[in-house]
Design a protein around this ligand. Structure first.
Ligand SMILES: [Zn+2]
Length: 317
């Protein structure tokens, strides 16, 4: 069942787990995410980026996500706009029936230049004014997460300033805040082991003790999934993501939503490459999209369990 994102976030926050938020662009991805949520009895965020909204020509993906909600009325799920970058795109998403939106005012509309604190605050307040009367939850971002998402993005990571975060939420009482504490979008995050800035997170949580926090760029880039891609003709050089244990340690500091996109891309690509390598004679899309869907479902289920979301679906009223 589709619910406002806030209902899931608040439950996760008060019960010390994080909801997984997974990106979808097509039917198989939506099915994989909802199947994993149903199997583990977890609430879930299905999120759609601006790029995915355009790719799916707005209504296709919306209708597929609504079908998932219809198929599984027992699973509380939010249909979430990921990295909205203007009031116009937020209005489009809300018009389509999204129950949660992110306004990323950390960057300008080109996605390349950082917006000032004042400009970020102004666009976030405008989104709040529009979304709140319509019952739609709002996530904002302070600090720059870095990495590449949907072709636009910055290399530089600008860690969130805890004092600014406090001031920001006082002036724009959002439902959740995406923070930058060292994660990065995409598969090529780090050369060495990722070290999250736990002291910054602690300071933010101390200043905002009632605000659910959101971690972006939180794929783990599991070596075994990358190995499948490379075994069957892929060329993904050695790279590292964020260890699951590090992600788990953020949950006690107010992190209530963890975004995972890259791991799903790698899981699906590996399954498809493997199928083609082993069955060069086959050409039915169902035969390679089916295993890709299964690989994504397995990854999503593992994350929902690791984040503590499993078993909570029926507890959310
Ligand atoms: Zn993100």
């Amino acid at each position: 069942m589709l619910v406002p994102g806030k209902i899931i976030l608040d439950h996760a926050f008060h019960n010390h787990y994080a909801v997984g938020a997974f990106n979808a662009n097509n039917m198989e991805q939506v099915q994989a995410i909802i199947d994993a949520a149903a199997e583990t009895q977890s609430p879930v965020f299905i999120q759609v980026s601006r790029g995915a909204l355009q790719y799916s020509r707005l209504i296709y993906l919306r209708n597929i996500i609504q079908a998932a909600a219809e198929e599984h009325p027992e699973i509380p799920m939010a249909m979430h706009l990921d990295h909205g970058n203007s009031l116009a795109v937020v209005k489009t998403a809300i018009g389509l029936g999204f129950t949660s939106v992110m306004i990323d005012g950390s960057l300008d509309e080109s996605g390349k230049k950082a917006l000032s604190f004042t400009d970020n605050l102004a666009i976030t307040q405008a989104v709040l004014d529009y979304a709140r009367p319509r019952g739609v939850s709002v996530e904002a971002e302070l600090g720059t997460i870095g990495g590449v998402e949907d072709g636009a993005g910055v290399k530089r990571i600008l860690v969130t300033d805890p004092a600014q975060a406090e001031q920001f939420v006082q002036q724009a009482p959002i439902d959740s805040l995406a923070i930058a504490i060292g994660t990065s979008h995409g598969a090529y995050k780090f050369k060495e082991k990722c070290e999250l800035q736990h002291s910054v997170l602690q300071d933010i949580h101390r200043r905002l003790p009632t605000t659910p926090l959101v971690m972006h760029g939180s794929s783990s880039v599991p070596a075994e999934l990358v190995a499948i891609v490379n075994r069957y003709g892929g060329q993904m050089p050695d790279t590292k993501g964020v260890d699951i244990e590090q992600l788990q340690s953020t949950i006690q500091q107010g992190v209530s939503k963890i975004n995972v996109d890259t791991d799903g891309r790698i899981a699906m690509t590996g399954a498809i490459r493997q199928f083609f390598a082993e069955h060069p004679d086959k050409f039915d899309p169902r035969e390679y999209l089916g295993p890709a869907r299964a690989a994504l479902k397995a990854m999503v289920a593992a994350r929902l369990i690791a984040f503590g979301a499993a078993g909570n679906a029926s507890k959310i009223k």
